[in-house]
Design a protein around this ligand. Structure first.
Ligand SMILES: NC(=O)c1ccc[n+]([C@@H]2O[C@H](COP(=O)([O-])OP(=O)(O)OC[C@H]3O[C@@H](n4cnc5c(N)ncnc54)[C@H](O)[C@@H]3O)[C@@H](O)[C@H]2O)c1
Ligand SMILES: O=C(O)CC[C@H](C(=O)O)[C@@H](O)C(=O)O
Length: 361
C-alpha cells in the first residue's frame, strides 16, 4: 500500500465563533480514517480583530509566510471586522485572498430535504471573483463646500474575469459529469453570468464580455454546458423564487458576496454554507458566515459550514475520497435531523453535532 500523503494545514480561527468552528474542522480531519491514504499536520496561525487589538496588526506576516512556505491548505474561521473606520485595520481574509492570489471563492449551497417553501432540491454553486471589484479597497474622502464626499474604485480586469469564468465552466462541466455518472438527468449544466452591465457598461460590461468569451471554449460546449446571463437585481429575485433553476452562478466579487448569503437563507442557515478560496495549488476552506457576535461563546454555533469547508478544501487539494466521506457524514447528520443546532431549529451544542458527524465518518 502506498504511504499516506501528509497535508500540512494552517488553522486560522480568527474571532467570535471562528474559535468554536475551526477546532471542529480540525477534529474532523483528525478523525478521517487512515485507510483514505491522507494524514494531516497542523499549524496554529493568528489573524483578526483581537490580534489587531493585541498587536496592532490584523494579519501578521508570520501567518502569510507560514501559509506560503509550509502549508498545503488552510482553514479560516471568521473575523470581527469593525463597521466603523479603524485606523490601521483592514480585513485579513480580504487581504489573504489577494496575497495568496486565491482568485476564486467557490460556495456550494445544497438542500438536504425539501422544505414547504422549496419543494424542489436546491443544488447550486456561486463562483465569486475574489481579488478585485470594489474589494480593491481604494477609497478616498475629500472635502467639498457641501461636505465630505467619499468614493471607491471598482476595478474589473479581463484576466481576473476570464479566469473566474473559466473556473465556473470547469465546475459546471464536472457537475455535469457527476450527474451523468449517477444517471441524474434532472438538470442541465448551466452557468449564469451575473452583472449590472446595463448601468455599468465598462466595468461590469468587461466582466460580462470576458466571461462569455471564456465560457465559449469548445471543451465547455462538448461537456454540454449552457451559458446564460442575468442582471444581478433580477438574479436575486429569481434566486429566491426559483432556486432549483440554478446550477453554477459566476459573479464579480461584491455581487458574489451578496449572492452567497442570500442563497444560504434558502437552505435555512448561514451555518450550513461552506466556501473554498481557491488559487493554483492552494485552497483555504472558510465558512461563509461571520464571527456571529450574537451567539459567540455559547457553544451553539453550527459547525456544518466549517465541516463542509473542510471537504471543499480537500476536494481542491485532490483528496476527493476523503472529501466525499466528510460530505456523506454531514449529510447523514442533517438528513436524520436529530442533532441540530438552534439555527436549524434544534437544541444541540456545537460539539454534539461534531461528535455525531465523526460517528458517521
Ligand atoms: N469571513 C469572515 O471573516 C467574515 C464573513 C462575514 C462577516 N464577517 C464579520 O463578522 C461580523 C459579524 O457579521 P454579521 O453579524 O453581519 O454576520 P454573521 O454571519 O456573523 O451573522 C449573521 C447571522 O447568522 C448567524 N450565524 C452565522 N453563522 C452561524 C453559525 N455557524 N451557526 C449559527 N448561526 C450563525 C448569526 O448568529 C447571526 O444571527 C462582522 O464583524 C463582519 O465583518 C466576517
Ligand atoms: O468582514 C470581513 O472582514 C470580510 C467579510 C467577507 C467578505 O468577503 O466581504 C464575508 O462577507 C465573506 O463572504 O467572506
Amino acid at each position: 500500500m502506498a504511504a499516506a500523503r501528509t497535508l500540512r494545514i494552517g488553522l486560522i480561527p480568527g474571532d467570535g465563533i471562528g474559535r468554536e468552528v475551526i477546532p471542529a474542522g480540525r477534529r474532523i480531519l483528525e478523525a478521517l480514517p487512515s485507510s483514505l491514504g491522507v494524514k494531516f499536520s497542523f499549524v496554529d496561525l493568528e489573524a483578526g480583530f483581537d490580534t489587531f487589538k493585541q498587536t496592532g496588526v490584523a494579519l501578521p506576516d508570520r501567518t502569510v509566510e507560514t501559509l506560503k512556505k509550509e502549508c498545503d491548505g488552510a482553514l479560516f474561521g471568521a473575523v470581527s471586522s469593525p463597521t466603523t473606520a479603524t485606523k490601521g485595520y483592514s480585513s485579513p481574509i480580504v487581504a489573504l485572498r489577494k496575497k495568496l492570489d486565491l482568485y476564486a471563492n467557490v460556495r456550494p449551497v445544497k438542500s438536504v430535504a425539501p422544505s414547504p417553501a422549496y419543494p424542489e432540491p436546491i443544488d447550486l454553486v456561486t463562483v465569486r471573483e475574489n481579488t478585485e471589484d470594489l474589494y480593491v479597497k481604494e477609497e478616498r474622502t475629500y472635502d467639498t463646500p457641501d461636505g465630505p464626499v467619499a468614493e471607491a474604485i471598482k476595478r474589473i480586469s479581463t484576466r481576473a474575469s476570464t479566469r473566474i469564468a473559466t473556473m465556473a465552466g470547469e465546475i459546471a462541466a464536472r457537475r455535469a459529469r457527476v450527474r451523468q455518472s449517477l444517471g441524474d438527468s434532472s438538470k442541465q449544466a448551466l452557468v449564469t453570468v451575473t452583472h449590472k452591465s446595463n448601468v455599468l457598461p465598462q466595468t461590469d460590461g468587461l466582466f460580462r464580455s470576458s466571461s462569455f468569451a471564456a465560457l465559449a471554449q469548445q471543451r465547455f460546449k462538448d461537456a454540454g454546458v449552457k451559458v446564460e446571463e442575468q442582471i444581478i437585481d433580477s438574479m436575486l429575485y429569481k434566486l429566491v423564487l426559483q432556486p432549483a433553476y440554478y446550477d453554477v452562478i459566476v459573479a464579480p466579487n461584491l455581487y458574489g458576496d451578496l449572492l452567497s448569503d442570500t442563497a444560504a437563507a434558502l437552505v435555512k442557515s448561514l451555518g450550513l454554507v461552506p466556501s473554498a478560496n481557491v488559487g493554483d495549488g492552494f485552497a483555504i476552506g472558510e465558512p461563509c458566515h461571520g464571527s456571529a457576535p450574537d451567539i459567540a461563546g455559547k457553544g451553539i454555533s453550527n459547525p456544518i459550514a466549517t465541516l463542509r469547508s473542510v471537504a471543499l478544501m480537500l476536494d481542491f487539494l485532490n483528496e476527493e475520497e476523503a472529501a466525499a466521506r466528510n460530505y456523506k457524514a454531514v449529510d447523514g447528520n442533517l438528513a436524520e435531523g436529530k442533532l441540530l443546532t438552534p439555527d436549524m431549529g434544534g437544541k444541540a451544542k456545537t460539539n454534539e453535532v461534531v461528535e455525531d458527524v465523526i460517528r458517521r465518518l
